[in-house]
Design a protein around this ligand. Structure first.
Ligand SMILES: O=C(O)CCC(=O)C(=O)O
Ligand SMILES: [Fe+2]
Length: 304
């Protein structure tokens, strides 16, 4: 367990918490290598080029270097968002042992690529068609994993704890903070910075006002992974149906993930009635390198 009860309590109350030094340098190093392999060649050559961009294009370019799981690199980057310590934190936060990873992407930002400044918003707009639920089990916990040091000059996320945003927005928690009535400015006045060293994790919910900020350090980059969890059975929340991208390198996940990690992607756990001799046979034909031993053993252990 790498989270502490007081941090979970803080997240429950305030909707956001910085988990400093969650991952070790040894865990990060191969993931950073993967990120360099995926994104390193995309570093902009003209650091001042973005100042000429149309606002709509400048905004679109913020999301230029995002890639959904699975990632065309090693198992290290593919499995960090499914790290057992993150799963444990999600379980504690959502108050259930049965959690699902519903969003997992890598994101590279480079100084000079565009202006990364955003207005305050809550992410529920593209995670649900309604609004965040009030019960713990209806919430989501969204982890932004810092693979590189994130200072304010590296575009740290800025956020407003719920106790500070509630008096400003009251019941009117719109996805984008209102600019015309001064709400946006008032949120900016009380915002916190999520700046923290590499290995830290910013955990927040889809009901928390936050905004991306620009990278200003010369020649700098910010590598992150976003891993978002919900309780199993919470059909309100979604982002991607994992099988949709079946041509992508799923073997990096399927051949290396544990049953606990695969359960977070919706693969039935060992012992689930889904697993029969036939489904095992067919799954093994689909993923020849996948270790199905725990599933086989659980099936054989069942009374006939
Ligand atoms: O990358 C960040 O720091 C925040 C981005 C963000 O909040 C968003 O695009 O919804
Ligand atoms: Fe956001």
């Amino acid at each position: 367990m790498r989270n502490h009860d007081h941090q979970i309590d803080h997240w429950r109350r305030e909707g956001a918490v910085v988990l400093r030094d969650f991952f070790t340098p040894d865990e990060l190093a191969p993931v950073v290598d993967d990120m360099e392999a995926m994104y390193g060649h995309l570093r902009p050559t003209d650091a001042g080029g973005h100042t000429e961009l149309e606002p709509a294009l400048a905004r679109a370019k913020q999301f230029e270097h995002i890639h959904d799981m699975p990632f065309p690199a090693s198992p290290a980057v593919n499995l960090l968002g499914l790290h057992p310590a993150l799963i444990a934190t999600a379980r504690a936060a959502l108050g259930t042992d049965d959690v699902r990873l519903y969003q997992n992407h890598t994101w590279a930002k480079f100084t000079g690529q565009t202006d990364f400044d955003q207005p305050h918003h809550c992410d529920f707009k593209n995670h649900t068609l309604t609004v965040p639920g009030e019960r713990a089990v209806e919430r989501t916990i969204n982890f932004m994993i810092y693979l590189t040091d994130v200072t304010d000059a590296h575009g740290a996320i800025h956020y407003v704890p719920l106790s500070a945003s509630d008096p400003i927005v009251g019941h009117d928690r719109m996805s984008f903070a209102n600019t015309a009535d001064g709400t946006l400015q008032r949120l900016i006045e009380v915002e916190h910075s999520g700046a923290a060293p590499a290995g830290s994790v910013f955990a927040y919910g889809i009901d928390v006002y936050h905004r991306g900020t620009n990278l200003t350090a010369p020649g700098a980059h910010r590598f992150t992974i976003t891993a978002s969890y919900k309780a199993a059975g919470n059909d309100q929340i979604g982002w991607s149906a994992w099988p949709r991208w079946f041509r992508e390198p799923w073997e990096q996940v399927m051949n290396h993930a544990t049953p606990e990690q695969l359960t977070c992607l919706g693969v039935p756990a060992p012992g689930d009635p889904f697993w029969t001799e036939l489904t095992l046979h067919r799954t093994s034909a689909r993923w020849p390198e996948m270790d199905l031993t725990p599933y086989r053993l659980a099936l054989r252990a069942k009374p006939a």
